[in-house]
Design a protein around this ligand. Structure first.
Ligand SMILES: NC(=O)C1=CN([C@@H]2O[C@H](COP(=O)(O)OP(=O)(O)OC[C@H]3O[C@@H](n4cnc5c(N)ncnc54)[C@H](OP(=O)(O)O)[C@@H]3O)[C@@H](O)[C@H]2O)C=CC1
Ligand SMILES: CC[C@](O)(C(C)=O)C(=O)O
Ligand SMILES: [Mg+2]
Ligand SMILES: [Mg+2]
Length: 342
């Protein structure tokens, strides 16, 4: 088994006395800033004036501009959207990235695809939680944590690994497990996971299931419960006990259906297409397309986003969730999501 790092393996002294500048206060930014502060570290948030600036202030954090935070920070964590990082880095971070500081990422995209080339006299590493930022905060508050990867790109100080581990522990990841990787491995696997399985794969599967039932004349509300709402409950069981844990709880009839029909849905052709997706990631084709899409002000992204929001499963879901206040308990984090989506 790969070497895993847990609380007892990590000495947070590596970060004591250092100022951590968290640049961005969105999904990951608010979680890192608050968890690190609660872990006893000195944190300053750098963000432009606006809603997330106000939110960070309201959450009791020290907040300033990106440039001032970068100037103050010994460790500078970039948590603004990947597609905006290069410009923000060039304009507001690089001028303050003096020798001996640490430049940190939560995803290797811009370093791996050569969009950001850090100076040679700073430590460069990543700490990438394997979970959405709002859950990084929520699990931390509940006394648990989300696992994370770390990778060292440059180790000028000789302490980059200790600093990365201390940072990861500060956000709560050492409660769940920290694993060492490279920028290349983190970038390619993260992009693959979100495209083929976690986000792209799952939403396409759910929509296809919903549409199949509705087109066959079944009620949309029922199709929503069956294909989307219950998915969380099934995935919770997999999170707790793997596939066998989930299968223990479902009926034998469901388990037999799982065995005989699952491979008819996700088959060798699906896997071949997954390999194509991975190839596009590895060759940089996906990254190039995403960067160009942003340079063009996201015409295709916006068209798809609008069409998806109007899909029947979303309309039905909005109405059904309005009647389930317990599903929407975490209003606060949802407001942050809304605020940072553009
Ligand atoms: N989302 C996630 O859970 C995960 C993300 N990551 C990685 O973490 C990094 C951050 O992603 P994520 O948290 O999703 O990012 P978000 O989209 O949530 O970041 C939004 C934040 O960036 C700020 N911001 C946007 N543009 C600017 C700007 N021009 N100047 C200053 N601040 C700006 C926003 O401020 P404003 O309110 O003013 O718009 C807001 O505070 C990425 O590298 C991503 O790949 C890694 C693991 C999981
Ligand atoms: C699964 C999507 C993700 O990679 C994440 C939450 O880990 C992201 O980029 O947001
Ligand atoms: Mg991810
Ligand atoms: Mg990702």
């Amino acid at each position: 088994m790969a070497k895993m790092y847990y609380n007892q393996d990590v000495n947070e002294q590596a970060l004591k006395g250092q100022t951590i500048a968290v640049i961005g206060y969105g999904s990951q930014g608010h979680a890192h800033a608050q968890n690190l502060k609660d872990s006893g570290f000195k944190v300053v948030v750098g963000v432009r004036p606006g809603k997330s600036f106000d939110q960070a202030k309201q959450d009791g954090l020290e907040v300033t501009t990106v440039a001032e935070a970068a100037q103050a920070g010994d460790v500078i964590m970039i948590l603004v959207p990947d597609e905006r990082q290069t410009q923000i880095y060039e304009e507001s971070i690089k001028p303050h990235l003096t020798a001996g500081k640490s430049l940190v990422f939560a995803h290797g995209f811009n370093v791996h695809f050569n969009q950001i080339v850090p100076p040679k006299d700073v430590d460069v590493f990543l700490v990438a939680p394997k979970g959405p930022g709002h859950l990084v905060r929520r699990t931390f508050e509940a006394g648990a944590g989300v696992p994370a990867l770390f990778a060292i790109h440059q180790d000028v100080s000789g302490n980059a690994k200790d600093t990365a581990l201390a940072y990861a522990k500060g956000v709560g990841a050492a409660r769940a497990g920290i694993l060492e990787t490279t920028f290349k491995e983190e970038t390619e696997t993260d992009l693959f996971g979100e495209q083929a399985v976690l986000c792209g794969g799952v939403t396409s599967l759910v929509k296809a299931g919903f549409e199949t039932l509705v087109e066959a004349g079944y009620q949309p509300e029922l199709a929503y419960f069956e294909c989307l709402h219950e998915l969380k409950l099934i995935v919770d069981l997999m999170y707790e006990g793997g596939m066998s844990g989930m299968r223990y709880s479902i009926s034998d009839t469901a388990q037999w259906g799982d065995f005989v029909s699952g491979p008819r849905i996700v088959d060798a052709d699906t896997k071949a297409r997954m390999k194509d997706v991975l190839t596009d990631i590895q060759t940089g084709k996906f990254a190039k397309g995403w960067l160009l899409e942003n340079q063009l002000n996201r015409p295709e992204f916006t068209a798809i986003e609008n069409a998806e929001a109007e899909h029947q499963i979303e309309q039905v879901g909005r109405e059904l969730r309005a009647m389930m206040p317990f599903v929407n308990e975490d209003k606060k984090s949802k407001e942050v999501v809304t605020n940072v989506s553009n």
